[in-house]
Ligand binder design. Structure first.
Ligand SMILES: Nc1nc2c(ncn2[C@@H]2O[C@H](COP(=O)(O)OP(=O)(O)OP(=O)(O)O)[C@@H](O)[C@H]2O)c(=O)[nH]1
Ligand SMILES: [Mg+2]
Length: 225
């Protein structure tokens, strides 16, 4: 997985004049599976996964995929009001960070991936994060929404554990969920983001699709600030 579509990422970064590595910020409610997602993307344990309900990741940590792609894992919101304010501030600061190559001021973060927990009925925290933090600081075409825990979306029903993929009713459910998330963002912010992808970090379902989704959203230009 580590070299998956590497050449394409490299070519796109060069042809679009982007700064390397491309920096992708992962945000989401606590326990949505940000750290698990990094481990699934890397194909090995790079980030500490939480057990139980206590938030595990407390700061923004960087994980370099290869010379051209780097991820930043952030602390999840949904961990009490004071902590949430602090984490939201950190995310805003990270999204406001600039680098100055060749005298130009560019955003450090190129893309943001907002993770939702597909097994949860309450996506309120995630939407709030998206609306009042992320989309306030970065353009919608630089925001990807991804729905994790696809295996648990219907409380685990219709998940084929042997094949590690959803059966038809679950697939249908996930498609509808992705569509409704896109609609809800549009209604509440007026902004159109592309349809979320769904996957399972735990069972490595649709991880290549996740990477493809990132590649298809590689910025066309540097993020001017
Ligand atoms: N069933 C299922 N469980 C998952 C999946 N991804 C993560 N989990 C579980 O969800 C819990 C939280 O995962 P983490 O990866 O630590 O989540 P996080 O977003 O990094 O959490 P914080 O660092 O606390 O904000 C762990 O118990 C994981 O094993 C998934 O795709 N399916
Ligand atoms: Mg974490």
């Amino acid at each position: 997985m580590k070299s998956y579509r590497f050449d394409e990422i490299k070519a796109r970064i060069h042809s679009n004049g982007l700064l390397r590595p491309l920096d992708v910020l992962l945000v989401g409610g606590t326990g949505t599976g940000k750290s698990s997602t990094l481990n699934a993307l890397f194909g090995s344990t790079v980030a500490k996964v939480g057990v139980g309900v206590d938030p595990e990741t407390q700061q923004i940590a960087a994980y370099q995929f290869h010379d051209y792609l780097r991820f930043h894992d952030s602390a999840g919101l949904g961990d009490g009001k004071a902590a949430d304010q602090k984490h939201a501030k950190n995310i805003t600061a990270e999204l406001s960070r600039t680098i100055n190559p060749e005298g130009t001021r560019n955003g450090f973060i190129d893309l943001t991936v907002v993770l939702l927990d597909g097994s949860s009925r309450d996506l309120g925290t995630a939407f709030k994060l998206l609306e009042s933090v992320v989309l306030k600081s970065i353009a919608p075409e630089r925001v990807i929404v991804a729905i994790n825990q696809a295996d648990m979306a219907m409380k685990g029903h219709h998940w084929n554990a042997q094949l590690r993929q959803p059966e038809a009713p679950l697939l249908d459910f996930l498609e509808k969920q992705a569509y409704s998330v896109q609609q809800r963002i549009k209604e509440s912010t007026g902004l159109t983001i592309s349809k979320p992808i769904y996957y399972s970090a735990q069972f490595h379902y649709n991880i290549p699709a996740f990477i493809d989704h990132i590649i298809s959203h590689l910025p066309k230009e540097r993020r001017a600030m």
